[in-house]
Design a protein around this ligand. Sequence first.
Ligand code: NAP
Length: 344
Amino acid sequence: MFDTTSPKDWKMEYTSLGGTGLQVSRINYFDNAEAYGNPRGNCEILFGEALKQLQKTDPYLYRRTDLVITTKFFWAPSGHPQSIQRRFDYSYNGINEYGTSRKHIMESIDKSLKRLQLDYIDVVYAHRFDALTPVLEVVRAFTDVVKSGKAHYWGTSMWPSWRIIQAFHLAQQYNLIPPIVEQPKYNLFDRHYVEDHYLPVFDHPYNIGTTIWGALDGGILSGKYNSGEVPKGSRLDKASRLTFFDPNIPKHKLEKLQKLQLIAQRLETTVSVLSIAWCLKNKHVSVVLLGATKASQLETFAAIKVQDKLTPSIMQEIEEIIQNKPKLDTNLYGPFFRIPNARL
Ligand SMILES: NC(=O)c1ccc[n+]([C@@H]2O[C@H](COP(=O)([O-])OP(=O)(O)OC[C@H]3O[C@@H](n4cnc5c(N)ncnc54)[C@H](OP(=O)(O)O)[C@@H]3O)[C@@H](O)[C@H]2O)c1
């Protein structure tokens, strides 16, 4: 018998990325960046090689049409021997190896495609907002990348929301292609971007989707640091080389974590899975990026099922533990944003 249902009716949980027809699940989306890996660029090389090998073992399962592969541009690999040793030291980058100028975007797309061994990338991101490049230049460059067929969509990461709005309207005005997705940080301890700052761009006509990172707060929300000991080989153990993580976990986070752990135990899961399930409950989250460093950490896929256990009363219990719901500013959102179905 033929299955006449559409893939959208199948049991696998898919969601549209923002206002597009691109269907993303929690396991068909792969995040890269030209800046990732040591030396920078190595993440794309390893991903490209792994995909080629997997496609040899099972060409159907790993078919390109079913994968959403992305990368981000801002900090290019400079090739300087010192920058290879010090991954987060960008002082060896030439002035045009940063940012999102047209020159950088055009050079980066070709280099990323080569490292990834791909003919096209599904979504390319401006990894940060570049204060030196006019937004119209960025929109035009990404439009040209998309029109060339080297990418299908473009997005932003950690851009000020009003810059996304500006990009959208410039695209409309000049008949260019607007961004469709933003990649912000979001987790139980850090809610401001998704629950406040980006609210205006989730609504019509922007319809921005999100692919959130840092869902485990760099591993802190896995509970592995609760005892005060830093396990060998963990991210915080390597923190001296990762300048953007503070190796000292604040006491207030540890106290909340111990309480979250009790809820996780009651739900027969781990605090990592609970933390990711909590992110998935937010209707503005299209994809949660998993930063697993070991196969065993992929236990967090269970979050897809654990979501159902996060009933309104459990969500309220979590709310009372974390006590950090962003307070929306009436001056920004208008006086009636608390009414049911208010457009935020
Ligand atoms: N757009 C951006 O600016 C941006 C910024 C950062 C990241 N990202 C993207 O988002 C992805 C995820 O971000 P992230 O790495 O910060 O996310 P994260 O999930 O907050 O942290 C990942 C860390 O959590 C630990 N971990 C993961 N699963 C675990 C588990 N089941 N049990 C225990 N520990 C676990 C690992 O720690 P150990 O190392 O200790 O094993 C890993 O290093 C990155 O890979 C990257 O693709 C984007």
